[in-house]
Design a protein around this ligand. Structure first.
Ligand code: WTA
Length: 655
């Protein structure tokens, strides 16, 4: 297994945290779920799908005849927005708060009930119809965490138009590529966004991105900050002009279960981002089911908070579709976690009485670094469940999270999933299963996953001692919220996910993993050229292409190196052109800025090393594995396939 370079850690002997009797007694889930799913998987998913309202009930559960293109509940029809909004109002819960919105400026808050949300979504749907949007059209959404972003997504869903949300931290260049690939007809944005107390423009990037666009007809702009914006008459429209005057009456149309719901672009192993396609019935079924059971939500009493941004899949599934389909009350926070002070998240938990908190390990580590005295100044006793997502959580951070946030009592759900899987796949079930710090434990009921070796043989469970073999994490059975393809590129879809274990027909997730003693899964991280920076997926190729886009750079190689804070950090090695001017130091700063501008500030390399040469194999392939060794200060691995092993003297000297 030459591709896997992970070290086993002694966490294979990690202690288990069994569920408390008190939590188990009130838990939504029970061990029976596993038995039901085991006994008849499709019947199990039928039961889960029936938690939703279907305008036309389905008679078929799964059509896998054209694998890997799945069809779930193919003859059923439903409307996603109706399921997330209207039906709660019809059930008499219109007065329940759907969203407690907390703006970044202190005391800038809005409370939106389900009845109000229904009106807002209906108005937006009418406005979009007036702008000529029809089912199947693509709408790019490039917005900060304001309520209108959620309203816009639901309005698209209501009309059967596909949204493609682009993280508002992405650059104009990244936005342009995504708008073009999807041929979006409409872009919804804001004038600007608040970041650490300052208003920064957002509309400007959209103007730049659509300059040469053939597809974009309108830009719909929410006024958020009041800053000045350039305006193109006829093309640009204010949200408050077109949405506010629209009618609150809108009858949702039912769409086929396999009608496309959204595209979400994610990094692949090449520079070109992949438009991951999700559809309607299966996606909503699994999003709703996992949200209900993994987070143990009680819609009448819980205050749920997922700290993700809607620009990522976690925001799609666990801010928009999961929680709203379950009719819960949630907190949505606009800003950065430490603005205006590092107390902000704790203040929000205390003030809103948050009961369920779902965040990323990188943020837990940030709080750890700030110290427990900050948390100690706040009453966090409302919390009863904690969640983690985006990267492996190190056991130390897990234990700190439970102690400091959870008073040493709350369960933690470490949830493994991907943009492609649509919703959670591997996680403990709170109140039912044990948890071990650092392990996502076992596949949820209805889900099947395995760790296999190169030949597809399932690995043995670990032992108490010694090194555990690691292998590939595969999903060996189709699941309802699975991606249905890569937008416009069925071949890339098959090649990326289904070719590694084509014979067996398994989905290869791109992650390495190993089994612990009790057969639980320890996810180790990506084994392809995708990095994970604070839970954000960025491909080495994307950063390399931004670097060589600079006129002074001849060649570039990028690797992700372990970083205590962000999980991984970007390390770049560049060869400058003879014509490059300025000293190496000036160039390094210039290049870091270039990457931030071309992709996003989150992709800004931690280090850039100017080197005379890059380590290559005889076939000209850059040996990233060796560069990772250098970046992490390790002894070099096998260098026998290098053309010129002496390049490392020079590379080391440049560090
Ligand atoms: C990683 C985020 C370990 C993994 C929902 C996966 C995790 C990638 C976990 C997907 C976890 C996510 N433990 N690793 N609990 N959750 N990952 O598409 O490498 O942004 O393949 O989806 O994040 O990232 P994505």
């Amino acid at each position: 297994m030459t591709t896997l370079t992970f070290m086993a850690s002694n966490d294979t002997v990690a202690p288990s945290y069994p569920p408390s009797a008190a939590f188990s007694e009130q838990a939504n889930a029970s061990a029976a779920l596993y038995d039901e799913a085991e006994a008849d998987r499709l019947a199990f998913w039928t039961t889960q799908a029936e938690r939703l309202s279907w305008a036309k009930p389905f008679t078929e559960v799964l059509d896998w005849s054209e694998a890997p293109f799945a069809k779930w509940f193919p003859d059923g029809k439903l409307n996603v927005a109706y399921n997330c909004v209207d039906r709660h109002v019809e059930a008499g819960n219109g007065d329940r708060v759907a969203i407690h919105w907390v703006g970044e400026p202190v005391d800038d808050e809005r409370t939106i009930t389900y009845a109000q949300l229904k009106d807002e979504v209906s108005k937006a749907a009418n406005a979009l119809t007036e702008l000529g949007l029809v089912a199947g059209d693509r709408v790019a959404i490039y917005m900060p965490m304001v309520p209108e972003a959620i309203v816009a997504m639901l309005a698209c869903a209501r009309l059967g138009a596909m949204h493609s949300v682009v993280f508002a931290g992405y650059s104009a260049t990244a936005l342009k590529a995504r708008i073009e690939d999807a041929e979006a007809k409409l872009v919804i944005t804001t004038d600007g966004q608040f970041r650490r107390g300052k208003a920064a423009s957002l509309k400007e990037a959209v103007d730049e991105a659509v300059k040469e666009s053939d597809s974009v007809e309108h830009i719909l702009v929410v006024r958020r900050t009041g800053i000045d914006v350039e305006w193109t008459e006829g093309r640009d429209l204010w949200w408050h002009d077109v949405v506010d005057r629209a009618s609150t009456d809108h009858t949702p149309e039912a769409f086929d279960s396999e009608h496309p719901l959204f595209l979400l672009y994610t990094s692949g192993t090449t520079g070109k981002p992949k438009g991951i396609l999700h559809t309607t019935g299966g996606y909503l079924t699994q999003s709703s089911y996992t949200h209900f059971n993994v987070f143990d939500v009680k819609p009448e009493t819980d205050v749920y908070w997922c700290t993700a941004d809607i620009g990522w899949v976690t925001g799609h599934t666990y801010i928009v579709y999961g929680p709203l389909s379950n009719g819960v009350t949630q907190v949505v926070y606009e800003g950065t976690p430490t603005s205006p002070t590092e107390h902000r998240h704790f203040e929000i938990i205390e003030k809103c009485g948050v009961t369920i908190y779902y965040t990323a390990p990188t943020l837990v580590r940030t709080f750890m670094k700030l110290g427990r005295q900050i948390a100690a100044e706040h009453d966090l006793s409302s919390l009863r469940l904690l969640g983690s997502v985006g990267e492996p959580i190190n056991p130390e951070a897990w234990r700190w999270y439970r102690t400091v946030f959870g008073a040493d009592e709350t369960p933690i759900v470490d949830t493994w999933w991907q943009t492609e899987t649509g919703s959670i796949m591997i996680s403990p079930l709170p109140g039912v299963t044990d948890a071990k710090p650092g392990s996502a434990m076992t596949p949820l009921p209805g889900i099947s996953a395995m760790i296999v070796d190169d030949d597809g043989n399932k690995l043995e469970p670990g032992t108490d001692h010694g090194e555990q073999a690691s292998g590939y994490l595969v999903l060996d059975k189709p699941w309802p919220s699975m991606l249905r393809g890569i937008w416009g590129d069925p071949e890339r879809f098959k090649e990326t996910y289904w070719s590694r274990f084509a014979e067996q027909g398994w989905y290869f997730a791109g992650d390495g993993a190993r089994y612990g003693k009790d057969g639980e899964i320890w996810v180790l991280g990506r084994i392809d050229d995708v990095m994970n920076i604070s839970g954000h997926r960025i491909s080495t190729a994307e950063v390399e292409s931004a670097l060589v886009g600079h006129s002074g750079v001849a060649e570039a190689a990028v690797v992700g190196a372990t970083d205590e804070q962000t999980g991984q950090a970007i390390c770049a090695f560049v060869i400058l052109k003879a014509s490059a001017h300025g000293g190496a130091e000036t160039m390094v700063e210039e290049l870091r800025a270039e990457v931030a501008k071309e992709i996003s500030p989150i992709a800004r390399p931690r280090e850039i090393h100017v080197v005379p040469e890059l380590p290559k194999t005889r076939s000209g392939k850059i040996m990233r594995r060796l560069l990772r060794d250098v970046a992490e200060g390790r002894e070099l691995g096998d260098t026998s396939t290098l053309v010129d092993p002496s390049v490392f003297e020079a590379i080391r000297a440049s560090k």
